[in-house]
Design a protein around this ligand. Sequence first.
Ligand code: KG4
Ligand code: ZN
Length: 359
Amino acid sequence: MFAAIETSFDETGLAICDAAGGICQSLLASQVEAHAPYRGVVPELAARTHLSDLPQMWRQLDPQWRTNLAAIGVTAGPGLPGSLLAGLNFASGLALSAGCPLYPLNHLEGHIFSPFMPIALDEPSTKEPGPHSLPALPFPHLALIISGGHTELFLVNSLTDIQLLGQTLDDAVGELLDKVSALLGLGYPGGARLEQLARSADVLDAEARYDGPLTLPVPMRTSGDLNFSYSGLKTAVVRLVRSAEAAGQPLDASAQAELAAALFSVICDSLWLKLAEALNQHKVEILTVSGGVAINGFVRARLRAAGRQAGVDVRFPQPRHCLDNAEMMAWLLCLHVAAGIRANVADAWSQWLPGEHRR
Ligand code: KG4
Ligand code: ZN
């Protein structure tokens, strides 16, 4: 059995899987309520909460999964330093006591390969464990990550050859949604609340296009590269809200809902703009979209429809694998072990050590 630990940001995850990627048990503790009063994640609080949640989760595991671990994987970055260290430290202790290798894993690779996870928790793997039973992944493909901390587009040539094509120059898509949600007084995290609000307006067509009176700019339309930017769009929303207030007509619930709908429409425009350009530059048959914002129904509808027209297969992870979780890291661990990639835990630790203690 393999174990994976994910603590890059504000979710504490622990998952056990077999060598073919079948999830045996998965635990996830959300810190949303702890951070909600601060309207965003407080790094120190996140790290301390991981420290207290991890041992509790370990005790909650079915005892049969706590022994005979063949490998442990842990998210080693990118993420909040304190959160990463909490996970890395706990996983190092586990690996020492289990006498098994510890694989440092990249959080973004966890998202990138999450759309290919084969097995749901309620369908435990019946396959013989072993590398031969893992499905072959389709290479090359394009991978877009849209989350609270990331908006990045990659060309994925293999498990280890992943090329960054473009990224946000400022805010991530989820960050924009969280900030607009806070502006409208909807709270944190904002993406799901804004989606619910936008649905109530009922002004988007089946492909999440808005054709009403509100105008928001499509960011980076003429940038000529594959980068993204969302801080200008945030400013445009702030201006719209503030000018309505200044005119003595603050947005009521239905006007807020229409604004949220228009925002999702423009976000979809901006994502597809860059994806279409990337598809022009790179001949691939598959495009994946992962990360917390990939749960969004508007984004799914638009990118699926646009992909169909462009002749590309657009794949999303299951919704529960979009937000940060340990199952996707367990799956990545399986892929690494099956590919014969060696655990190099010294690298994971050396980045945290003061200069003279590095290897
Ligand atoms: O992947 P994730 O858990 O964290 C990062 O690695 O950043 O993503 C969290 C982000 C938040 O910004 C949240 O607002 C957004 O995912 N999100 C959504 C939805 N549910 C969560 N965005 C749009 N629509 C949703 N339904
Ligand atoms: Zn993430």
